[in-house]
Design a protein around this ligand. Structure first.
Ligand code: GLC
Ligand code: MG
Length: 422
């Protein structure tokens, strides 16, 4: 969060399963649309927060399976664990607050008496979260009885039912809503309360997110029955919460537009962005668009025309160099010629490219360094590299690519793929 020196323009706090991630879309299209919008228009001055029911280990699995961006803050295990930044530094202050009227041993003892409850996987049992599966028809009754028994034993807990199957028991002070309130308070104390906050969710454990004051909310179109029921009973008249028409990340884009929180046209929804070149003086935009173009080029979705190659070459410094992640060097112009040979080579195949953590710094007047992680998914293989691009602004020509350098990401080092183009 230290990355930003002033209040975030927008803070998005989103659930993952069935909200940011559409498990019914193997192409991950709405997620990829969200990703390009975020990197294009928000990354530099906004905050991305993921708030999931998953434990750290299941969260990391999801990151391997799906093209998720790197969030600034990760709230896991239904608001019982908060971490910051890429290295996921835990917030110990938050954990301390959760010990109030909480005793894991007592929760396990009392829940053990209910035959309707089936314990979830070991990874999902956390210091401040005990989770079960329970049949829809039994959920309400079990929750009521359990909460009375735990109260008698001196505990103050919260029982949440999600997705028509999961039952979580947490300390009363925990939960996604409380974790968000804590985060907002922390940001406020640093003088960095976001200008706008948008909470996004689909199921029971997200309900609390929609009751935090001054926060916009979107329940995606595919929201679960238990969330819609909660909304009808508790938040029907709140104009700041909408039930989107679009599924998952598409619903988030819709809400950004409806609440007028900023641009909501994803670069993925723009068919020909090479046209709007000269007015574009934002080096971050340049990179997002280039890699999108690169994906379309290899998928054969843009025409193999001279005009494209010429336009790309015109935006490169004639002596500019590209350092391949293997260490090999080539001129930028030769790299474009190389790219030309690969037009349509991924046609009809599973091939996607996305960029993460695009950050531009003006190192001298008219000179920018852009750093980003670039990912390429080809079939079931995923490879990533850290990319730095040096740009200079040239009179009448817009931004010129001067130097591109890539190094394999930690997990891609072993693969050292020689077929990698750029
Ligand atoms: C995630 C967690 C699970 C929890 C559910 C609902 O699926 O893995 O433990 O019960 O979210 O919060
Ligand atoms: Mg969900």
């Amino acid at each position: 969060m230290e990355r930003l020196t002033s209040p975030a323009r927008l803070m998005i706090v989103s659930d993952l399963d069935h909200t940011m991630v559409d498990h019914h879309d193997p192409e991950n299209l709405s997620l990829l649309r969200f990703n390009s919008l975020w990197e294009h228009a928000y990354r530099h001055d906004s905050l991305l927060v993921f708030s999931t029911g998953r434990s750290p280990s299941l969260y990391k699995e999801l990151r391997k399976e799906k093209p998720l961006l790197t969030p600034d803050v990760t709230i896991m295990s239904v608001g019982t664990e908060i971490t910051y930044g890429n290295s996921m530094v835990p917030d110990h202050g938050w954990v301390d607050a959760l010990n109030h009227k909480w005793d894991l041993g007592v929760v396990k003892e009392e829940t053990g008496k209910f035959s309707e409850l089936t314990l979830q996987e070991e990874t999902e049992q956390r210091p401040h979260k005990v989770s079960f599966y329970v049949d829809k028809s039994k959920a309400e009754e079990v929750a009521k009885e359990l909460s009375q028994r735990l109260e008698k034993r001196g505990l103050d807990v919260k029982i949440i039912y999600s997705g028509g199957m999961d039952l979580d028991i947490l300390p009363q002070g925990a939960g996604k809503g409380q974790a968000l309130a804590y985060l907002l308070k922390k940001l406020k104390s640093e003088g960095k309360l976001p200008v706008n906050t948008l909470a996004c969710g689909d199921s029971g454990n997200d309900a609390e997110l929609f009751s935090i004051p001054d926060v916009y909310g979107v329940m995606v179109s595919n929201a679960q029955e238990e969330l819609l029921k909660w909304h009808a009973e508790n938040a029907k008249d709140n104009p700041k919460v909408i039930h989107a028409k679009e599924r998952c990340a598409g619903g988030i884009l819709q809400a950004i537009g409806e609440f007028k929180l900023g641009p909501n046209l994803s670069p993925r929804d723009v068919s020909d962005f090479l046209e709007c070149k000269v007015e574009n003086v934002n080096p971050g935009h340049e990179v997002v668009k280039f890699f999108l173009f690169y994906e379309r080029w290899r998928r054969g979705e843009v025409e193999n025309s001279e005009a494209y190659a010429a336009s790309l070459k015109a935006s490169c410094q004639p002596g500019g160099v590209f350092v391949h992640p293997s260490g090999a060097e080539k001129s930028l112009v030769d790299t474009i010629d190389e790219l030309r040979k690969h037009h349509g080579d991924k046609q009809g195949k599973k091939f996607r490219v996305w960029v993460d953590q695009v950050l531009a710094t003006e190192t001298a007047p008219g000179t920018w360094m852009v750093k980003l992680d670039k990912w390429e998914q080809s079939g079931d293989e995923r490879i990533g590299c850290t990319t730095t691009v040096k740009f200079t602004a040239k009179e009448g020509e817009g931004l010129v690519w001067e130097h591109v350098e890539q190094t394999w990401s930690e997990e891609s080092k072993l693969k050292d793929d020689s077929s990698w183009i750029i």
